[in-house]
Design a protein around this ligand. Structure first.
Ligand code: ARG
Length: 269
């Protein structure tokens, strides 16, 4: 995670961002600390990377890349506004003993924002940020074919804004953010797929993190919370509105350091 000490809306690179809609810094920091405390209380160990003054979106660490065992595969950000983050994240991983493996330019891809593991498979979203062709490199580096999902709604421009894998064949998704073929692919892979309403999707209900059997998500997603409880999950709601101003919520603020561990053997089980 990255404490949002220099978090601001300096530019507009997704439909949520409005420069006029300034971040309330104290409130954003309090919300971020609330999330961190919620995760820590659930047993998650949090490592911190320092935000640069010139990288206001760096607090959204999910986009840094993906961590596969001892390897770090850094993102190639689509927008120049975020490209300065690449060096900062890579430095952190180098300092912490990771081997860096890059996805060759010029293909854009944005890390765990668009590439998520679930139940032994890997799901990859493309179109708005990650390019289809970049996923060839990802497949090679992971030693397996990702399930490629085409995104359709610019509000849900990263896969983690419209899909949350929750283990055991379960997941949350916002169907209309995907093409019909991709919705079908998701239904084939997840025996239990909870469809989120547009209202809750717009409150980033799918941008959730699973810690044990607890789903951590933004406040105000009542229907989704009820559906999750019906499926046996515990739920922790934590306010994220200062981050939704930039088009992110719980999951965007977290990069999972152990999520891809099982793919470290390059496809070997
Ligand atoms: N303002 C950031 C951007 O547009 C938000 C990133 C949200 N991250 C995510 N994993 N969905 O790039």
């Amino acid at each position: 995670m990255c404490e949002p000490v220099h978090y601001r809306i300096d530019y507009e690179i997704n439909p949520w961002m409005r420069r006029a809609n300034a971040v309330r810094t104290e409130r954003a920091n309090a919300q971020w600390r609330g999330l961190r405390e919620t995760l820590t209380a659930l047993g998650v160990e949090v490592e911190l990377v320092e935000q640069g003054t010139d990288t206001p979106d760096m607090t959204f660490t999910a986009n840094a890349g993906v961590v596969v065992g001892e390897r770090f595969i850094p993102a190639n950000f689509r927008f120049p506004e975020r490209q300065l983050e690449e060096g900062r994240f890579t430095d952190w991983f180098e300092t912490h003993g990771y081997r860096i493996e890059t996805v060759h330019e010029p293909h854009f891809w944005e890390g765990e924002g668009d590439v998520l593991p679930a139940d032994g498979a890997v799901f990859a979203g493309y179109r708005f940020r990650t390019e289809f062709r970049a996923l060839d490199h990802i497949d090679e580096l992971l030693g397996r074919e990702t399930v490629r999902l085409e995104l359709t709604d610019p509000r849900f421009y990263h896969l983690d804004t419209c899909l949350a894998p929750l283990g055991g064949g379960r997941g949350l998704f916002y169907p209309l953010a995907f093409t019909e073929a991709s919705q079908k692919a998701l239904k084939e892979h997840f025996p239990t797929l909870i469809a989120v309403s547009e209202r809750d999707a717009a409150r980033f209900a799918c941008n959730a993190v699973l810690a044990g059997e607890t789903v951590v998500l933004n406040t105000g997603c009542g229907e989704t919370v009820r559906a999750l409880r019906d499926h046996g999950f515990a739920v922790a709601e934590t306010p994220m509105d200062e981050f939704i101003k930039a088009g992110g919520s719980v999951k965007c603020l977290v990069l999972m350091l152990d999520a891809f561990r099982e793919f470290d053997g390059r496809g070997r089980p």
